[in-house]
Each structure stands twice: as structure tokens, then as C-alpha cells.
Design a protein around this ligand. Structure first.
Ligand code: ARG
Ligand code: GLU
Length: 690
């Protein structure tokens, strides 16, 4: 009786309790397979509302912004929101000493004041269709992997040619999903007149800087505002004064009702890359070798940068963007390695592989984990050498610059501007210290078999990396802006013989001849094994819903607003407020020095509880920056911009207890837009749900 009762209870639980949401980046076209679960978690719209090719749907209000971020349409006149860090280079390009929009922010007060951005595009997904059969037409199992690759390319190109129409801005791509077990055609309409409408000052849009990056509590007003323009037929066009605001098929209604713990959240955007189905050896390499070693190398570099940046304001400005780039992945890897260790992902995968192998004996999937194991044993040491090369030798600015100049001269391009922009942000004492730290690390960490012969020989002849560095920097012409600017094609012999270019090139040739071919061959084998292993995992776990790894295509991630506990006895609640900004405010600390106007507004009272950011359990990745965060009714409640560092292993393994995405609360955007930007005119074109 008791037993019967427990069984019934379990069955009921299975029926009435929705699966734990959170994990997963689902394909919009297949959302009907998830819609019941989404609705069980609170979503009130239908699959057709999310994605449809027959009627306007939410997907028509989401764009790939540039080539690595997401954006959303918020008015019938093509108004678009994305992150401040996604629009950063555009804001920077319009800035000068007279009007420093990065520092002070920018707000167009009418459409005429909106600023064009040559080169910037936004891509609307028109549709996605499975094309596996067409792509694999003519495939026979006896084909080699290289033959299959070229067949896929030929068939894929033919499919793309059929639909692409560059004159109309229609681009198409065939993408492999599930390790090329499936292929999808993605058709995009690309608009190329995208204008800057507004941005907060960096002290709001980048508040917290690298100190708070990947962290909670967070108070960054990470947004910027653009507008898409079209020709008079609403079609993509080059910039022209005659263009008119784009009329979207669909735009987001904005909700000001706010969020609370437990509320349904849906992130609609373009995550860049994840690897959820890899073998234990791949995870072991990331968690125990690659991440820790790259973190250590970047710590050395960041320490050097910080030492000089703290001494000199001009150097701080020169290197702040470089510092941000180096530290962004550095911090992410720390969370990733820690998360993999905490979750014992390697052991869990080892165990999974043992069970898989037992199950697979005698089937077409027999021996796959073992095969991957063998391949990784060959690949990892070579790949490690490649990573050391990119994280050491390739980080010396002078060597990179020498190569850029050589490339420009080869192509017959003038190098004056290149030299100017390089030297504007170059501080030689930093580079000299990095040269020594990085080449010494390379020497120390690479086993003899993985060090190029010329490197060992030259190092021996100089006696030390420092002596080598001194000789190179004193002899190289690339340390002298005037001499570089005067170079022409006639000087190519001198450029090729220059010690900075010679060192860059010797390492590059070594990489091309010793590392790259091995890695390429093994990667092809590994991909092939994964294609079978992926199908094997699906056959092994028939009741699990598999989502394809991210590849910068549009995905649906749903979850709910939630805090988390990063460590024993600590709990983070999920909503931050303006009061937290005031607590951090400090004119002495660059990252926390807010604009005076914000202090004044706060001092007036009444804004203490103004929400700023919130946490949720959506499964996101790099590329989801700028993605709309949507409530149960499909209304815009936030803009995704980050994850918490304790959860960044979600690119490999998702943990519902730690993985949180960080979003800007849309009400903070509205607050900044009105109170600081005084851009009231933009409110008139938005539609509010409440
Ligand atoms: N961590 C976020 C991302 O991966 C934001 C990076 C930009 N912000 C910064 N402080 N560096 O893109
Ligand atoms: N900031 C990231 C981006 O630019 C999003 C954070 C993440 O990796 O989830 O895409």
C-alpha cells in the first residue's frame, strides 16, 4: 500500500511538476517541443508567438547586432536597445576631445541628430529550416571525412546561392548543429544604416568597470540606443539622408511592472559557443590545464599593466581598453575552472562514459569514449603549445605591430595611420616587461619537444630573455613612429629583416608547420568521433531533451528570477538598486565614480528603491549581450549583459544553483534616459504595457 502510494506520488510529480527549467538554449523553430514546459513555468504565449514564418512573432523584434551581440526593437520606428559594451566602439568613434561621448554620454534630441555608423549592421532572422537531406545529398558512408566536408560545402553553397540576394540584403548561411548530424539554413535580412541615438556616460554604462565585471551585486547601466534606417520601401540601404526609420514586423512592448524572485524570464538572443556534450578529457584539459595556465599568464600581464597604469594617468587611459580585454576572459576562466572542479564534472563524465561504453558494446557506438580519449591524448599537448604561443609570444605588442605593418606594405597600403593609432596607445616600458615575462614563461613551461629550435638557439646565444629583449628593442625600427610612417613597399627587405618582424614570423612559421597541421588533422578526427558520440548520447538517453551547442544562432533560454548562494552563509538576493550605486560611489575610484547629476538626483530623495539590475537562471553565453529579457507575456523587462563568474562553467556544464545571467532592469534604462539624458522624445514612440 505504502509502496503503491509512493509510486503514484512520483508519477503525479512527473506529470504536474514541470522539469527544472533553466538549462538549455533551444532552437526557436522547434519551440513547439518546449512550449508546454515554458507554459508550465509561467509563460502565457504560444509557440507561434515566439517563432513563426507566417505571421509576425517575437523573433522579428530580435537582431544580431554587429557580429557578436544581440539587440531588440522597441518601437514602430526601428528604435533598438543593446548593451553599452556592444555599442562601445561606435560611441568611441564619435568621441573626440571636444565632445567625449564615452565620458559624458550622448543623446540625440531629434532624428536629425542621430549619428551614422558605417560598417555597423543588424541582422534579422527571416527563417530557419532544416536542410540536412539536401546538404548530405550524394553522401555515402564509404566517403572520407575530407570528401564529406567538400560535399557539404558544395551542397551548402548551392542552397545558399538559391536564397541569398545581396541586392536585397538577404544573406544565408548553412550551419551544422549537433556536431554536423543536422544542418539548418538560416536566412537573414541585413540592414546597414544603423544610427546611434543615445548612450549614458561610461560612469553609468560601464559602472563598476572591470572590478564588478562578471560579478554580483552589480549596478551597471549597460545599455545604448540605436535606430535602424531603411530606404523608402523599408528595404536595407547604405546610409543616406533620404533613408527613413525602419518599420519592423514586430517590436517589444515595455513592461514597467518590475520583477520579483520566481518570475518567469525568457532570453531571446544569439549565444556564441558552448560545448555541453564533450568527453571528460576535453573538460579535464579546460579545467585543469588550459584555464589555470592561461589565468596565470594573464595574471602576469595584468600585474604589469596595473603597475604602470597606477603610476600615470595617461598610461591608464592608453591601456584601459586593453586591460578590459585581457581581464574579461581571465575572470571568466576562473569561474569556469572552479565550477568544473566543484561540480566534479570530470569524474561525472568519466562515470558517464563508463556507463555509455557498457551500453554501447556491440552497437555502432562501441568504443567512442575510448577513441576520443586516445585522440585527446595526442591533441592536448600540441594544443597546449598553441595556447602558450598565443598567450605569450603573440601578446607582445611590438611583434604584432611589426606584422601588421608588413601585411599593410605587402598589400600596398600606406602605414602612417596604422602607426599613429598604434603609438597613440603604446607605452614601451609595459611592452618590454611583457616581452620578458611572456618569453620566459614560454621557455619555462614548454617541454623541449614543443619549443622551436630557433628559440632555444637564440636564447642560448643572448644568455637571457632580458638581454635578447634589449637587443631587439634597440635594433628594431618598429619602436620609432617616424621611421615606420615613412615605410613603403620598397622597404620590405628591411622590414622582413627587422628583428621584431623576424621573431614574429619565425614563431608563426613554426606554428604553421609544426602545430597547425597536427591540430587540424586531430580536430577533424575528433569532430568525426563526436558526430557519432552525439548520436550515441541521444540513443543512450532517450528521455533527455538535447539542445544543440550554441553557434551564434538565435536561441530561446527560459528560467526565472532568482538569487543564489555563492558560498557558505552568503545569499545574494536578485535585485540591485540605486542605493547600491550610492554605497559604491567613490570619486577616488575610477570604476565607482558616478556623475554628479546622479548624486544630485539621489539626494533629492524618492529614488532609493530604483531597480538597476537583476539575476535570473537563464542559460546564456557570450553573444547574449544585449538580448531582450522577456516576461511571461512577451514584454520587455530587461537587457541581458553578463553572467556571475561562479557560473561561467555553464558553457560546459550547467548548475542551476550557481548559473545566473545578469540583466539590466528596463526601468533603470528608462530612468537614465529621462532623468540624465532628458531624451523624453523617445518615450513617445515606445509602447508601455502598464
Ligand atoms: N563580461 C561581459 C562580457 O563577457 C561584459 C564585458 C564588458 N565589460 C567590461 N567591464 N569589460 O562581455
Ligand atoms: N558579456 C557577454 C557578451 O558580451 C555576455 C556574458 C556571457 O558570457 O554570458 O556577450
Amino acid at each position: 500500500m505504502k509502496k503503491y502510494f509512493i509510486l503514484t506520488a512520483l508519477c503525479l510529480a512527473a506529470v504536474f511538476q514541470p522539469s527544472r527549467a533553466d538549462e538549455g538554449m533551444w532552437l526557436p523553430v522547434l519551440i513547439s517541443q518546449r512550449i508546454e514546459d515554458m507554459q508550465a513555468h509561467g509563460f502565457r504565449l504560444t509557440a507561434e508567438d515566439v517563432y513563426s514564418v507566417n505571421q509576425a512573432s517575437l523573433k522579428d523584434a530580435v537582431v544580431l547586432f554587429g557580429s557578436g551581440c544581440t539587440g531588440e526593437i522597441v518601437s514602430n520606428n526601428g528604435l533598438l536597445f543593446t548593451n553599452h559594451h556592444c555599442g562601445y566602439s561606435q560611441i568611441q568613434q564619435h568621441s573626440s576631445v571636444e565632445h567625449d561621448y564615452l565620458r559624458d554620454g550622448f543623446w540625440a534630441m531629434s532624428r536629425r541628430e542621430e549619428l551614422p555608423n558605417p560598417g555597423l549592421t543588424v541582422s534579422f532572422l527571416e527563417r530557419m529550416d532544416e536542410v540536412t537531406d539536401q546538404v548530405l545529398k550524394g553522401y555515402v558512408p564509404s566517403m572520407s571525412e575530407a570528401q564529406r566536408d567538400s560535399l557539404v560545402k558544395v551542397n551548402g553553397d548551392a542552397i545558399v546561392r538559391q536564397v541569398a540576394n545581396p541586392d536585397k540584403g538577404i544573406r544565408a548561411r548553412v550551419e551544422a548543429l549537433y556536431y554536423a548530424n543536422q544542418y539548418f539554413l538560416f536566412v537573414y535580412k541585413v540592414y546597414r544604416d544603423v544610427r546611434l541615438v543615445g548612450a549614458p556616460p561610461s560612469s553609468i554604462g560601464k559602472f563598476g568597470g572591470d572590478t564588478d565585471n562578471w560579478m554580483w551585486p552589480r549596478h551597471t547601466g549597460d545599455f545604448s540606443v540605436f535606430r535602424i534606417y531603411a530606404d523608402k520601401n523599408n528595404e536595407p540601404a547604405d546610409y543616406s539622408e533620404d533613408n527613413i526609420p525602419y518599420t519592423p514586423k514586430r517590436f517589444f512592448t515595455v513592461s514597467r511592472a518590475g520583477v520579483k524572485e520566481g518570475d518567469f524570464t525568457f532570453v531571446y538572443g544569439c549565444p556564441g559557443s558552448t560545448q555541453e556534450y564533450v568527453a571528460s578529457d576535453a573538460v579535464r584539459y579546460v579545467g585543469e590545464v588550459s584555464d589555470p595556465e592561461k589565468i596565470a599568464l594573464r595574471t602576469l600581464r595584468l600585474d604589469i599593466l596595473r603597475k604602470y597604469m597606477e603610476q600615470d594617468q595617461a598610461v591608464r587611459i592608453q591601456y584601459s581598453s586593453k586591460y578590459a580585454n585581457i581581464s574579461n576572459a581571465w575572470k571568466k576562466w576562473q569561474g569556469e575552472a572552479k565550477g568544473i572542479a566543484r561540480l566534479k564534472t570530470v569524474a561525472a563524465k568519466d562515470d558517464y562514459e563508463r556507463r555509455f561504453s557498457a551500453w554501447a558494446a556491440g552497437t555502432a557506438y562501441e568504443g567512442l569514449p575510448e577513441r576520443l580519449h586516445g585522440l585527446y591524448a595526442q591533441r592536448n599537448p600540441v594544443y597546449r603549445a598553441y595556447e602558450y604561443y598565443t598567450e605569450t609570444v603573440r601578446t607582445v605588442e611590438l611583434l604584432q605591430f611589426a606584422n601588421q605593418v608588413k601585411t599593410a606594405l605587402d598589400a600596398g597600403r600606406p602605414v602612417g595611420e596604422l602607426a599613429e593609432s598604434f603609438f597613440k596607445d603604446y607605452y614601451q616600458p609595459i611592452d618590454k616587461e611583457i616581452f620578458v615575462a611572456m618569453l620566459e614563461a614560454f621557455d619555462r613551461k614548454m617541454a623541449p619537444g614543443y619549443k622551436p629550435a630557433f628559440f632555444t638557439e637564440q636564447l642560448a646565444s643572448y644568455g637571457s630573455v632580458a638581454a635578447w629583449r634589449d637587443a631587439l628593442f634597440s635594433r628594431s625600427l618598429f619602436t620609432d613612429q617616424k621611421r615606420v610612417s615613412a615605410l613603403t613597399k620598397e622597404d620590405l627587405a628591411a622590414v622582413t629583416a627587422d628583428p621584431a618582424f623576424a621573431l614574429y614570423d619565425a614563431f608563426y612559421q613554426w606554428y604553421r608547420s609544426e602545430l597547425q597541421p597536427v591540430i587540424t588533422d586531430l580536430d577533424r578526427e575528433i569532430r568525426l568521433a563526436y558526430r557519432d558520440y552525439m548520436r550515441g548520447q541521444m540513443a543512450f538517453e532517450t528521455d533527455k531533451a538535447f539542445y544543440p551547442d550554441a553557434n551564434l544562432t538565435l536561441r530561446v533560454a527560459y528560467g526565472h528570477v532568482a538569487g543564489y548562494s555563492p558560498s557558505d552563509a552568503v545569499y545574494y538576493s536578485p535585485v540591485s538598486t540605486l542605493t547600491g550605486i550610492m554605497e559604491k560611489d567613490n570619486p577616488e575610484i575610477f570604476d565607482y565614480d558616478i556623475p554628479q547629476v546622479l548624486r544630485d538626483i539621489y539626494a533629492q530623495g524618492g529614488h532609493e528603491a530604483q531597480p538597476v539590475c537583476f539575476l535570473a537562471t537563464n542559460h546564456t553565453s557570450g553573444g547574449n549581450s544585449g538580448s531582450p529579457v522577456i516576461n511571461a507575456d512577451g514584454q520587455l523587462i530587461g537587457i541581458n549583459f553578463d553572467r556571475v563568474w561562479e557560473g561561467t562553467m555553464s558553457d560546459i556544464v550547467f548548475d542551476p544553483d550557481y548559473c545566473r545571467n545578469i540583466s539590466l532592469d528596463i526601468r533603470y534604462l528608462l530612468f537614465v534616459m529621462r532623468e540624465i539624458g532628458h531624451a523624453d522624445w523617445l518615450f513617445d514612440e515606445m509602447v508601455f504595457a502598464d
